[in-house]
Design a protein around this ligand. Structure first.
Ligand SMILES: NC(=O)c1ccc[n+]([C@@H]2O[C@H](COP(=O)([O-])OP(=O)(O)OC[C@H]3O[C@@H](n4cnc5c(N)ncnc54)[C@H](OP(=O)(O)O)[C@@H]3O)[C@@H](O)[C@H]2O)c1
Length: 326
């Protein structure tokens, strides 16, 4: 498909409007391309010397500094890294944001935790795809659905809800039921961050490492421990995603189902739930946001050390021995 080739009619609420996609990374690139193919007039705002600026130009978009893009557009989609949004908002977006415009986010974090304070008179909406940018784009091109969560933080014009729905339409499949669900900015922000910490990233990686360490301590070869803790986890998670809880327990061997059902709650029991509730509270009351933004502002030394420690874990050596890349 040629850059700029319109393949769909523009959603009505975005007809005749110019949309500035600010940031051209994982989400920015995918969303800008989907919107453009949905007939939306898209310009890109990026910093002059950054990789994004050149990439958006290569993809055929009009690219300009962030402030100028906001000035020229009716809606500004803030798809800059979450840690940079506060400063970029104050220095470059806010001075160009006039009443009647739309401010759009794909994660509730900065608005819900008070880091970005939108002025009165603008619509503030959330359209959060629950997918990486590449998956969003792939789904768009294949006519598949990616769940989207939409919300309105501020409805200055009376049209904020319709604008959010129009953006969701521009990112979703042309035909069939779109999976656009309602939630609040705070719910999306907290759920996303909690899921990463307690379940998908923090939880899953910690369980895999603890299982691996236990097996190796008890004499299981690391290659075998790796297979059971990582490769089989992928199979079971794929099954859980495709067929739910019932399909999983009926889709594995009887020994696996009985063992898992009778022992799983000993691994993830009340103590883990108690810790999860504490982690949820830390996110909800802003303690996590404050900690993470100040770590980032100090240069992220502790964070870099934490990441380096992961690459030294024996599970990583087993991962490479299994022929996998980092
Ligand atoms: N990644 C996902 O799967 C996903 C899913 C749903 C929602 N989201 C949300 O989408 C938003 C964007 O995330 P992302 O993952 O797409 O980020 P990303 O891939 O890291 O892209 C970041 C973009 O921000 C720009 N940027 C960073 N610092 C900047 C600064 N100081 N001034 C100007 N531009 C700056 C980068 O430009 P340069 O090239 O110049 O560095 C790049 O274009 C976030 O709110 C995120 O939570 C992400």
């Amino acid at each position: 498909m040629k850059p700029g080739a319109v393949v769909r009619a523009c959603p009505r609420s975005l007809e005749g409007k110019t949309v500035a996609v600010l940031g051209y990374g994982n989400q920015g690139r995918a969303q800008a391309q989907c919107m453009r193919d949905s007939g939306v007039s898209v310009i890109v705002g990026a910093r002059k010397r950054g990789r994004s600026f050149r990439e958006a130009e290569r993809d055929g978009f009009p690219v300009m500094p962030i402030g100028e893009a906001v000035r020229r557009a009716d809606a500004a989609c803030v798809l800059i890294s979450d840690m940079a949004q506060g400063k970029v908002f104050r220095d470059e977006i806010l001075p160009s944001l006039k009443p009647g415009k739309t401010l759009y986010f794909s994660h509730g974090f900065n608005v819900a935790f008070g880091i970005v304070k939108p002025p009165k008179g603008v619509d503030v909406i959330l359209v959060a795809p629950k997918a990486t940018g590449s998956r969003l784009r792939e789904a768009y091109l294949n006519g598949e659905n990616v769940p989207l969560f939409v919300s309105v933080w501020q409805d200055a014009t009376g049209n904020a809800g319709a604008t959010a729905e129009a953006f969701a339409r521009a990112l979703g499949p042309a035909k069939g039921a779109r999976k656009a669900f309602r939630c609040t900015f705070a719910q999306e922000a907290v759920a996303n961050v909690f899921g990463e910490q307690a379940v998908t990233l923090g939880g899953a990686m910690q369980i895999a490492k603890a299982g691996f360490e236990t097996m190796v301590e008890r004499g299981i070869p690391p290659e075998l421990a790796y297979h059971e803790c990582v490769a089989v986890t992928k199979l079971v998670v794929d099954l859980l995603y495709a067929r739910g809880l019932k399909g999983t327990v009926f889709g594995v061997s009887e020994t696996a189902a009985y063992g898992g059902l009778s022992r799983g709650k000993r691994v993830v029991g009340e103590a883990v739930k108690k810790e999860m509730r504490e982690i949820f509270s830390e996110i909800e009351d802003g303690r996590f946001a404050e900690e993470w933004l100040s770590e980032h502002a100090r240069g992220g030394k502790r964070f870099r050390e934490m990441k380096r420690a992961e690459s030294r874990h024996p599970l990583e050596a087993a991962h490479r021995k299994a022929g996998k890349k980092s």
